[in-house]
Write a protein that binds this ligand. Structure first.
Ligand SMILES: *Cc1c(COP(=O)(O)O)cnc(C)c1O
Length: 465
C-alpha cells in the first residue's frame, strides 16, 4: 500500500476528528459568518508528485479556501431558494459518505440502500399527502428531476403516436405547453432533444399572477385537435410563488389526453402545512412531480426526487432502461433504480432525507414551512410600509419579490443589491419581474428567525443614510 494511504489509514480517527471539529465550528459560527465573499483564488494547475496526506491537505484547504466559504446554509442566505441542513440530515449525509453504497437494485444485489431509498420515498409521499401510486427516486436536483419526468412524458407522447422515441429518436412531433417554465425546465427540453424553443406559452391570469389562464389553456388544447401534449404546470413559481389551479387542470385532464408534469421544486412543501395545503388541491392527478429536498426539506445539496405514476412504469423503464446489461434482469420484475432514472451508479442519496424525516416528522416540517412563510410575510410587511422599497407582487408564500420604490430608481436596483450583499450580513438574488428589475428574498432555512429579519432590515435602512 502507498505510504501516505497507509499513514492516513492508521490516523483515520485523528483525521475524521479534525474535520468533525471543524464542521461543528463552522455550524456554530453560521450566524456570524459572512453571506458573501468577493475574493477569488488563483487555481493551481500542478498536482504534487508525492501527495500531502490527509492532514496536510486539510491545512492546504484551510489556508486556501476555508476563509472564503460563505454561510450559505445559514439563516440569512436568502438568495435562490437555498435551504440549510438540519442536524439529522447532516448525520445522514455523513453516514452516506462513510458507508459509500451504490444504490441500485431493490433486492438481491448486495446492499440495502435501495430499500432505504424506497422507504424514504414512501415517507415523503406521506409527508406531502400524496397517494402511493407514484414511483419515485432521488436525483441531484429539481433540474434532473424535471428532466427525468419529462423524459418519460416524451416517451408517453411517442406511445400515443405509435413511436418509441427512446429507441428511434425524435421526429419533431413533441408538443409542449407551459406558461412560466423554470429555466431548468427549458434546459431539460434542450437536453431531451425536444428543443428549448419548442413550447407554446399559455397566457397567465390577469392581475399580477403567474398562474395558467385555464380558459386560454383549454382554447389551445382544442386547437390541437387531439394531438397528445405535455402540460408543464407550476406549484410555486420562483418570482412570486404562484400556483396553477390543479383542480381545474384535473378537470381538463379528465376530458383531454395529455401528460401533466408539476414542477413543485419548493412549492410542494405547502402540502406540509394544513394552512397552505389547499394550494395543491388536485395535484395528485399529475403524471409526474418534481420536488427538491435541498430547498425546503433542509438537507445538504444535492438532493431532489421525482414522482412518476406507477401506471407509467413500462414507459419509464423504456426511457431509462440500462438495456445492454442483461445480467441485471427484467426491469419490471427485478426493480433496479438504474432502469428508472438517468444515473447508473449513485450514492446513498436518500439517507439525509430519511434521517431528517424520521427525526422531525410531520410536525417538524409544518413548523419549518409555517415559520418560513411567517417570516416572509413579516419581511413583506416591512417592504410594503417602507418609503424606500415596494413589493413587485404580493407575498403569497415564502418569497418576497420587491424593488426600490419609484420608476426612477430602476437603474439603481443592481447597485443597491450589490451593496447589500457586500455587507456580508445577508444574501439575496436579482430578478426581473414584469419588465422590472427586482430582488428576491427566499425563506426556506430552518434556522431563520425574527431577529434575522430585524438585522437585515437594519442593514437595508443603513444603506439609505
Ligand atoms: C430550484 C428550482 C428548480 C431547479 O432546481 P435545482 O435543484 O437547482 O436543479 C426547478 N424548478 C423550480 C421551480 C425551482 O425552484
Amino acid at each position: 500500500m502507498n505510504k501516505l494511504l497507509q499513514d492516513d489509514l492508521k490516523n483515520l480517527e485523528l483525521l475524521l476528528e479534525s474535520i468533525k471539529i471543524q464542521g461543528i465550528d463552522y455550524l456554530n459560527e453560521l450566524n456570524d459568518r459572512y453571506t458573501s465573499c468577493n475574493l477569488v483564488v488563483k487555481p493551481t494547475d500542478k498536482l504534487t508528485e508525492t501527495g500531502l496526506g490527509g492532514l496536510e491537505t486539510l491545512n492546504l484547504f484551510n489556508e486556501k479556501f476555508e476563509p472564503l466559504m460563505v454561510a450559505s446554509s445559514g439563516p440569512r442566505y436568502w438568495g435562490f431558494v437555498t435551504g440549510g441542513s438540519t442536524p439529522a440530515s447532516i448525520m445522514g449525509d455523513m453516514l452516506a459518505t462513510f458507508y459509500d453504497q451504490n444504490t441500485q437494485a431493490l433486492k438481491g444485489q448486495g446492499d440495502i440502500s435501495a430499500s432505504i431509498e424506497n422507504e424514504t420515498i414512501q415517507l415523503l409521499l406521506d409527508l406531502f399527502g400524496l397517494p402511493t401510486d407514484f414511483l419515485g427516486g432521488f436525483v441531484t436536483g429539481a433540474t434532473m428531476s424535471n428532466f427525468t419526468c419529462l423524459g418519460v412524458g416524451r416517451q408517453w407522447i411517442g406511445r400515443q403516436l405509435g413511436k418509441d422515441y427512446a429507441k428511434e429518436g425524435l421526429s419533431g412531433a413533441i408538443k409542449i405547453l407551459s406558461a412560466v417554465p423554470h429555466s431548468s425546465v427549458v434546459k431539460s427540453l434542450s437536453m431531451l432533444g425536444i428543443g428549448s424553443n419548442n413550447f407554446d406559452k399559455v397566457n397567465v391570469l390577469k392581475g399580477n399572477r403567474e398562474a395558467i389562464d385555464i380558459e386560454d389553456l383549454e382554447t389551445r388544447i382544442k386547437a390541437l385537435n387531439g394531438q397528445p401534449f405535455i402540460l408543464i404546470a407550476n406549484a410555486g413559481t420562483v418570482n412570486t410563488v404562484d400556483f396553477d389551479d390543479f383542480k381545474a387542470i384535473a378537470q381538463l385532464k379528465a376530458k383531454y389526453n395529455f401528460w401533466l408534469h408539476i414542477d413543485a421544486a419548493f412549492g410542494g412543501f405547502a402540502a406540509c402545512s394544513p394552512k397552505y395545503r389547499s394550494l395543491l388541491s388536485g395535484w395528485e392527478v399529475a403524471d409526474s412531480i418534481t420536488i427538491d429536498c435541498h430547498k425546503w426539506l433542509n438537507v445538504p445539496y444535492e438532493s431532489a426526487f421525482f414522482l412518476i405514476k406507477e401506471t407509467h412504469r413500462v414507459l419509464q423503464s423504456e426511457t431509462y432502461q440500462n438495456s445492454n446489461a442483461p445480467y441485471l434482469g427484467d426491469p419490471l420484475t427485478n426493480f433496479n433504480y438504474l432502469n428508472f432514472l438517468p444515473e447508473n451508479s449513485r450514492r446513498l442519496k436518500a439517507l439525509p432525507a430519511w434521517f431528517t424525516l424520521n427525526a422531525y416528522g410531520k410536525n417538524g416540517y409544518s413548523d419549518i414551512v409555517e415559520n418560513s412563510v411567517e417570516l416572509a410575510k413579516q419581511f413583506g410587511t416591512y417592504i410594503q410600509n417602507s418609503s424606500n422599497f415596494e413589493l413587485l407582487a404580493p407575498v403569497r408564500l415564502n418569497n418576497v419579490c420587491f424593488t426600490l420604490k419609484g420608476e426612477e430608481q430602476q437603474g439603481s436596483v443592481s447597485k443597491f443589491l450589490q451593496l447589500l450583499n457586500e455587507t456580508g450580513k445577508v444574501f439575496m438574488t436579482p430578478t426581473v419581474y414584469q419588465g422590472k428589475n427586482g430582488i428576491r428574498a427566499a425563506f426556506v432555512n430552518w434556522r431563520t428567525s425574527k431577529q434575522d429579519i430585524e438585522l437585515v432590515i437594519k442593514e437595508m435602512e443603513g444603506l439609505f443614510i
